[in-house]
Design a protein around this ligand. Sequence first.
Ligand code: ACO
Length: 427
Amino acid sequence: MKNKATLEYQGKKYEFPVIEGSENELAIDIKTLRAQSGMITIDPGYKNTGSCESGITFLDGEKGILRYRGYSIEELAEKASFLEVAYLLIFGELPTKRELEKFHTDIVNESMVDEDMKKILDGFPKSAHPMGVLSSLTSALIAYNPKFVNVSSEEEMYGAIVRIVAKFPVLVSWTYRKQKGLPLDYGDDSLEYVENFIKMMFKKPNHDYQRNDTVIKAMNKLLILHADHEQNCSTSTVRIVGSSHAGLFASLSAGISALWGPLHGGANQAVLEMLQAIQEDGGDTKKYMAKAKDKNDPFRLMGFGHRVYKNFDPRARIIKKAADDVLDALGIDDPILNIAKGLEQEALEDPYFVDRKLYPNVDFYSGIIYRALGIPTEMFTVMFALGRLPGWIAQWREMRLNNEPIGRPRQVYVGATTREFVSIQDR
Ligand code: ACO
């Protein structure tokens, strides 16, 4: 039967409703499992566990489909601006021209970051990883915006969202400029969001800023492609931290830390380092393919495989094409792109990768574009964070508006049972 599932254990039967999502995905609703049976489920890594019902992003990993609020990622990446997509994700609908203008004006009005934040940034050595710096600065912002947001006030919620969307690109550019020893600067209110960010990043004190349409277009696309991906590791972190009613900025700071890991957003940095290592080692892709398949070798082909996609990551297709276009437009011949294409070709024909349904993910080609745009490797995951910001905000907002309970999984305890304490002289 479609709307009921039965669990049988030691002759007793327990019934659970089966809920169906708008794309026909079925889920057994086990909210009453423990109350009915005294048992819990165990699912490390949550491979089979839905943590929430969400109306933001749909993905079908088997078919390689990704949609934000019903709109295909291919169409959004081609036709929309990043700010339009941010509005769509956060508020549920594409903005009208007036709504988008207001959103942008509100952002511009909030783009000032307290000058004291520069003192915090000064406390970091230049060698600090920008993801650690960004997470700390996002958390530090709370001190300068201490008002507790009343989430049932639409106005206060909107205000908090606009504040972070406005200040985040400033913080991102500062992490980069600090590393490069460049003066910390603000944006240009007359520019659109993405171009303003690019100017904040690259403006040199002794040169005029030169607008480059190829760079703006590529950056816009990359940010859109990273903007949301349903309940991934960092998004689940944002939701779970926010579920304790910690504020938006605190939840985002935790999300940034989760994104940093090489199995998640940190993979874009790891991919480029891997491609460079292969190049320096003579470009022998076969050697690295063998290492990736060797179970005694911890090496993994970074940028390959995905928890949910068991088909081509649709974002990887778009990014691969964008990498070709950007390198062409900028007149760059990057041998690393050829190594990446060679590895991909070999992997797609290799039974190890075919059997395990391991395909290139979003991170496989993104680093090649960032590199072409002049962004240093250590900043790649920070760029991902800027793109993911609207997704995190949208998911946090949805979680709070749905009044979701605090996230608190259970466990199966496998440690020692009761023991008598032995005082130190007798041990
Ligand atoms: N290279 C070699 N083997 C791999 C790879 C890889 N990149 N990815 C998975 N495998 C193998 C595993 O060894 C395992 O093999 P086995 O069944 O023989 O033991 C099998 O494929 C399944 O892999 P799991 O690790 O169980 O899959 P899981 O869903 O837990 O992990 C993950 C997904 C973390 C993305 C993994 O594929 C990986 O480590 N990839 C490389 C890192 C990466 O690119 N991360 C970015 C993901 S996208 C993002 O977060 C934005």
